[in-house]
Design a protein around this ligand. Structure first.
Ligand code: UDP
Length: 238
């Protein structure tokens, strides 16, 4: 897992967002992976995720606090989390400012409807090229359609690993664009789900808030975050 940690950006959030600004300005294509313990644990059993993390063209950002700490432990200068929701919020503002085009794919129909209303009201200059909920039958076809529409920004919210796998399958045909798998971020952006209060975020306890709000996440937390710590420990003794 160390080799994937080493690929994670050492930029601060501000520096990384500036990099995205430049990429958009220069029409540079980019696939961003928001790395958390779940991503890294999946790489052990899912060959597609393994290949995606290994692909030198992909940009990896530290989404979880455990990932930030693990990077620091191996001597990297990773300072803070850069989450999917941070990226989404920044990109929406930038798209509004610079009239960029956007494609949204994922989340429920209701969540998307709320989000479209919000975008029209708060980010009126965004060119919304495509919006599809994530419960349609032919997701491959939708992803292909989005690539053909050539958006500046594409947010795919189908959950890991499906969102990353779909993007990786079709992005080679894209001429430009920032593509990101954003998990539950559209639920939060639409106002359907609340992000943790600022104090939880500041104390790096956002994971705890999500468990309190959705106790069924405990199993997922154990299988990913806790086991991640064991795997890291084992690797450091090897
Ligand atoms: N989702 C979807 N289609 C599916 C399964 C999930 O669009 O077939 C969406 C779901 O509605 C949610 C997101 O994918 O908006 C995954 O959210 P989750 O909270 O699991 O992601 P996390 O942020 O924990 O990675």
């Amino acid at each position: 897992m160390k080799k994937y940690l080493k690929k994670i950006t050492e930029k601060t959030k501000r520096e990384y967002l500036e990099e995205l600004n430049e990429k958009l300005h220069n029409n540079t294509k980019s696939f961003i992976i928001t790395v958390n313990p779940e991503t890294l644990m999946l790489s052990k059993k899912n060959i597609d995720i393994k290949n995606i993390l290994e692909d030198k063209n992909n940009s990896l950002v530290p989404d979880g606090i455990a990932v930030v700490k693990a990077c620091q432990k191996i001597g990297m200068n990773v300072q803070e989390r850069i989450t999917g929701i941070d990226l989404c919020e920044y990109l929406l503002c930038l798209a509004n400012e610079k009239n960029y085009s956007l494609a949204l794919f994922g989340a429920t129909k209701e969540v998307l409807e709320k989000l479209i209303l919000k975008i029209k009201k708060e980010y009126p200059n965004i060119k919304l090229l495509e919006c599809s909920n994530g419960y349609i039958e032919n997701k491959e076809q939708e992803m292909k359609k989005i690539i053909e529409l050539n958006p500046d920004i594409c947010l795919v919210a189908l959950g890991i690993p499906e969102q990353e796998i779909l993007i990786s399958k079709y992005i080679e045909n894209a001429k430009k664009g920032i593509y990101i798998g954003v998990g539950g971020s559209l639920d939060v952006l639409s106002g359907t789900k609340k992000r943790a209060p600022e104090i939880f975020i500041k104390l790096n306890l956002e994971w705890l808030y999500r468990i309190i709000k959705e106790p069924k996440r405990i199993k997922r937390f154990w299988n990913n975050n806790i086991k991640f710590l064991f795997v890291l420990r084992k690797e450091s003794h090897e």
